[in-house]
Design a protein around this ligand. Structure first.
Ligand code: PMP
Length: 360
């Protein structure tokens, strides 16, 4: 029996497993969809200057309303968004947790189409709500009719739409968002954590925000801004939704140093987006090369690729591990997921994969 079972822990947490992607120092780590390009030196210098200024006042609590940062996000997102429609927290995980704390909780339900981001059920249960898993088509896509029918049936308080979807990379059409919104009375969260890696001419769910008071669009600086270690996520929604989030956040939840660092990084958005273009190139190279090696690559609008037709995913994962390349076995049969790295890292992965026995 695990020691946890002996503790007077909440009944609804018994038997749950914490989030646990391996953190091991392999030379090529492509397992958690990080941006493996370091922050450019000039951007890092500017961030450091801003953090140094913030340090002068670190004896005081930070701006509880992170006003300058919210203005920065509103400018970055565009679409006529204003500061009072923006919220931020320590990673989009915390942003999503705030939404669930305000709109899910005991006796309520949250819903998502599996396979999807593994933290949704965990965050949901952490608030005391129940998780309802919906289904996708066999290729992980969703059609408006199929998605809306499942949501109408489940009547959840919160719906997650991961766009594009982790761990499959699958795009989600705005028609699905509209149909799910219309089929539901609850909060609909479109998680656009990987949006910057989508084709540039595509429309974000931000364009659907006007007149949809229950719609929330979340983003993160962890991926496109290479800021995973700084922990900054954000969302856009109606001002009333933002007011609801104020009820559940901890006072001063975003440190002055985080606010200063994030505002400085945002000022360099165009420079940071250049690495995004390089990553998209490597992603497409991965898709083409794994196909040539006999695997199937699922369409991806993200910074990673899910590939199928892997005979024994765990064995392949281990063989790559032994060659110094860490990717992710996310438990989808015959499939593995790899993050697009720098050109060198991507080459190391593809060479290691090519050196293994061929696909099934
Ligand atoms: N949403 C999705 C779909 C993700 O894949 C991730 C991270 N892998 C997150 C949210 C959370 O990211 P963060 O907390 O770093 O902003």
């Amino acid at each position: 029996m695990s020691p946890l079972e002996d503790l007077p822990i909440r009944d609804d947490l018994r038997g749950l497993k914490p989030y646990g992607a391996p953190q091991v120092p392999l030379p090529v780590a492509l397992n958690v969809n990080e941006n493996t390009h370091p922050v450019p030196q000039d951007v890092a210098d500017d961030i450091l200057d801003s953090v140094a200024i913030a340090l002068r006042d670190v004896n005081r609590y930070p701006d509880r309303e992170f006003t300058a940062l919210r203005e920065g996000f509103a400018d970055y997102l565009g679409h006529g968004l204003e500061r009072d429609q923006i919220w931020a927290a320590n990673g989009s995980n915390e942003v999503l947790q705030h939404v669930l704390q305000a709109f899910a909780g005991p006796g309520r339900t949250a819903f998502g189409f599996g396979p999807t981001y593994s933290m949704y059920p965990l965050l949901t249960r952490g608030t005391g709500a129940s998780w309802l898993a919906g289904e996708r088509e066999h290729d992980y896509t969703l059609t408006p009719g199929f998605a809306a029918a499942q949501v109408a049936d489940a009547r959840p308080d919160v719906v997650f739409l991961c766009s594009p979807n982790n761990p499959t990379g699958t795009p989600l059409s705005l028609e699905v968002v509209e149909a799910v919104y219309d089929a539901s009375d609850g909060i609909v969260i479109v998680d656009e954590a990987y949006w910057e890696f989508a084709p540039k001419d595509e429309r974000s769910a931000l364009t659907l925000l006007p007149d949809r008071d229950r719609l929330v669009v979340s983003r993160t600086m962890s991926k496109a801004f290479a800021f995973a270690g700084a922990r900054v996520g954000y969302l856009a929604a109606a001002p009333d939704v933002i007011d609801a989030l104020r009820l559940v956040r901890l006072p001063y939840h975003l440190s002055a140093l985080t606010q200063a660092a994030a505002s400085a990084a945002l000022r360099h958005a165009p420079e940071m987006m250049r690495a995004v273009d390089e990553i998209v190139e490597q992603r497409d190279r991965i898709s083409a090369t794994v196909e040539a090696l006999g695997y199937t690559a699922y369409e991806s609008w993200t910074n990673f690729v899910l590939f199928g037709d892997v005979d024994d995913p765990h064995a392949t994962w281990q063989q790559l591990y032994d060659r110094g390349v860490l990717i992710r076995d996310i438990g989808i049969p015959h499939s593995l997921r790899v993050t697009a790295g720098t050109e060198e890292e991507t080459t190391a992965f593809l060479d290691a994969l090519a050196s293994l026995e061929s696909a099934s």
